[in-house]
Design a protein around this ligand. Structure first.
Ligand SMILES: [Fe+2]
Length: 308
């Protein structure tokens, strides 16, 4: 089924509509896990160039090999495939260390274009991490600091470049099987082929193609954990296309490998308090706000007035 996913217009973040936009982003993170960003500040001609060069790279270096692979042969025999994906994919790491020059046959032009794109994308990812932190009631730099790891290297930035080649029997194989993303904030650049689906309210929903170079964002497992389950990482999949191939450039803003991940303490309920203490406080605050009462109990447990 088709459904419009939330569209967040970043050009409204500095004006009168800021609080509306922030509320929309918060709602998208809580109830959707997928949304689009428009007016994100990334040079759209650069985005077009990235897509063009990556499609050329696929055509020149990967396409023939893919159709000669065991996987393609199996499909020719009309076998159902449930343990492999109908995709060609490779990873490019950008930060802390770039491996882009190690990609076989990559051109200088593609390296340069990709580096320029990622430099702009990192700014967008950081902006998004700050806005999410703010929406969660946390310090603006909370997510960035949490992801920076023991050595302060900073969050990891990488890209999975995937092509889902034209497929003669899409009913026999997935482009990419159902999964959630391990990392944190995933920013996708896609072409016009609409084969990405996510699971919402018991149904698979097709993500419409990102027109006008909007960036499609989804949140991974680490965002769900750090937000104590308030923000969700959503199951998604790719269905291969009978009529054409699809390019997906998914860049991820992830924790450093040595980052220690935990729910933000501020988002946790108080725990291990004595009910009598709660009742005492309740007697004084019954007609006040519950959130403030829970916060006061948390402070008590953290060493101020705990009786157990
Ligand atoms: Fe994914």
């Amino acid at each position: 089924m088709k459904m419009d996913i939330p569209v967040i217009d970043f050009s409204t973040l500095n004006g009168d509509k800021r609080s509306e936009t922030m509320a929309l982003l918060d709602e998208a993170c809580q109830n959707w896990g997928f949304f689009k960003i428009e007016n994100h500040g990334i040079d759209t001609s650069l985005m077009e160039k990235v897509k063009k060069l990556l499609v050329e790279y696929y055509e020149e270096n990967l396409k023939d090999g893919f159709y000669k692979s065991e996987l393609a042969k199996k499909l020719e025999k009309q076998e159902k495939i449930s343990d492999q994906d109908w995709e060609t994919a490779y990873f490019i790491w950008h930060h802390p260390k770039s491996n882009i020059k190690e990609i076989p046959n990559i051109s200088e032009e593609l390296c340069k274009t990709m580096d320029e794109y990622i430099a702009q994308l990192i700014q967008l990812a950081e902006q998004l991490s700050e806005l999410m932190s703010e929406n969660l009631g946390l310090e603006k730099t909370f997510i960035k600091k949490l992801f920076s790891g023991a050595n302060g290297i900073g969050p990891v930035m990488g890209t999975k470049v995937a092509t889902y080649p034209q497929c003669p029997n899409p009913e026999l194989v997935r482009g990419l099987r159902e999964h959630t993303d391990a990392g944190a904030i995933i920013l996708m650049l896609q072409d016009e082929v609409p084969d990405l689906e996510f699971y919402k309210d018991g149904k698979w929903v097709e993500i419409p193609p990102c027109k006008n170079n909007a960036i499609c964002v989804n949140t991974g497992d680490q965002i769900e954990v750090l937000s104590n389950g308030l923000y969700k990482s959503i199951v998604h999949r790719v269905i291969p296309d009978k009529d054409g191939s699809r390019l997906s450039v998914a860049s991820f803003y992830n924790p450093s490998n040595d980052a220690i991940i935990a729910p933000a303490p501020k988002l946790l309920y108080p725990s291990h308090y004595c009910y009598g203490d709660y009742l005492n406080l309740y007697g004084k605050t019954k007609f006040g706000e519950k959130g403030a009462r829970l916060e006061a109990i948390k402070n008590m447990v953290n060493g101020h007035g705990r009786t157990i």
